[in-house]
Design a protein around this ligand. Structure first.
Ligand SMILES: [Zn+2]
Length: 428
């Protein structure tokens, strides 16, 4: 037997052992904290490390890799639990994340079947286990985590919202599991509030988490959209997400109404797969950067001196910004110029290689006043956005300005809405 075959055989033995270990018959109890209560196989690390010493191994030949494709696992076969720290978790450090384990105390309902699986497993409990495990993963990464509950407790939507707002949370993640009349249903979905135009950052968070949930929980990916509007369920969306000022998403990780999934959801190791999926999604969201409007101002209108009655006594007003075009004395305009919006956009990305080039696709930039798009110019190198603003109506004291853009990793601006009061027009 040559080294190649020996290595392949070892790999097969290892994968057989791994498959056996991952099919653990003993689910963890709801509140187990005693490591000795966990089956030894559950805490055995199942890792395969590729040797780096060329003398100690023979890489797998292409033909053997092809044979592996001939004998593929089913999507719903679970690989070993693998929860390494994500290299990009460092980008979570500045974030305040509010975790909201759904329900608690069965929401005070007296119906004994309320939010329970076919054999009575409670959604409250699985939501809480996932949230506690996720809190640990996120705090280990350096994020600040607050929770709307960390025990089985009755907490109203209003109280949950207040906890998130008081903590000045950057993100609100509500953790739930789903139910359907069809026992076969078992897919993962992430819900954003209202419309795609009203929740662009929530879409970014939703996308990252939804794809990870499907992959780690081996749910029925492809059955429907991985992200969905909460207005598909209720006209005003979910009560959990309504009125939150920060990007907020609600996760329906899988279906406890599916008998096999219900049994998996009793298992804290399985809940850890879910928590890790959310953690990994959040790492990827943070890695993609958090674009923002770094500065914004309205420069007062300037008037063309040659076109006004007092032109001869008025010095030419210098251009307020380096990139604004200067008035041309030879072609006077009879009308005053407009107030000019000048904003500096921040792509939210670290000073990586290529930082001196534009990292904001110009096609992603838009400016709206009271919901109406207006023309603008954007310099991707200086990241300067400029637009002439329409005159304010007599009864208006400020502009409602909406600036949208994404960075090259397609994360959206976190602070699109601005209320700005223009400075008084300079008198000649
Ligand atoms: Zn729920």
């Amino acid at each position: 037997m040559n080294r190649s075959h020996a290595f392949t055989l070892l790999s097969l033995i290892a994968s057989t052992l791994i498959a056996g270990c991952s099919d653990r018959p003993e689910p963890a109890t709801l509140t187990t904290s005693d490591p000795s209560a966990t089956p030894p196989s559950a805490i055995t690390p199942h890792v395969m490390r590729y040797p780096t010493d060329p003398a100690s191994w023979q890489p797998m030949p292409l033909e053997e890799a092809m044979k592996l494709i001939d004998n593929r696992d089913a999507w719903a076969d679970y690989p070993p639990i693998h929860i390494p720290p994500h290299p990009a978790e460092k980008y979570l450090k500045d974030l305040i994340i509010c975790l909201d384990p759904g329900h608690g105390m069965s929401d005070g309902e007296t119906d004994p079947t309320y939010k329970r699986g076919p054999t009575g497993v409670r959604e409250d409990d699985m939501n809480l286990r996932v949230a506690l495990l996720l809190r640990r993963l996120l705090t280990d990464a350096g994020a600040t985590v607050i929770m709307t509950r960390d025990v089985d407790a009755l907490v109203t939507h209003a109280e949950r919202k207040k906890i998130a707002i008081d903590a000045n949370a950057d993100l609100f993640i509500s953790i739930h599991h789903n139910a359907a009349s069809s026992p076969s249903a078992n897919y993962s979905s992430v819900w954003y509030h209202r419309t795609v135009d009203e929740s662009e950052v929530a879409l970014d968070v939703s996308r990252s988490i939804a794809h990870r949930l499907g992959a780690h929980m081996r749910t029925d990916v492809g059955r429907t959209s991985p992200i969905l509007s909460d207005q598909l369920m209720y006209n005003n969306g979910f009560g959990q997400l309504r009125g939150l000022p920060m990007p907020a998403v609600l996760l329906e990780c899988s279906f406890f109404s599916n008998p096999a999934e219900e049994q998996r959801l009793r298992d804290a190791g399985y809940n850890l797969r879910t928590a890790y999926a959310i953690y990994e999604g959040l790492c990827e969201y943070a890695y993609n950067g958090r674009p923002r409007v770094a500065s914004i101002q309205i420069n007062p209108p300037t008037t063309n001196p040659s076109s006004t009655p007092n032109a001869s006594s008025t010095p030419n007003t210098p251009s307020p910004t380096p990139n604004a075009s200067s008035p041309t004395p030879q072609t006077p305009s009879p009308t005053p110029q407009s107030p000019r919006l000048v904003a500096i956009l921040d792509d939210g990305l670290p000073p990586w290689w290529g930082r001196d080039r534009s990292r904001i696709p110009a096609s992603s930039v838009s400016v709206s006043i009271d919901g109406q798009r207006i023309p603008h110019t954007f310099n991707g190198i200086t990241r300067t956005l400029e637009a002439d603003l329409p005159a304010l109506a007599p009864d208006q004291t400020h502009y409602n300005i909406d600036i949208r853009f994404t960075n090259k990793l397609r994360n959206s601006v976190i602070n699109p809405n601005h209320q700005l009061t223009p400075s008084p027009t300079p008198q000649p």
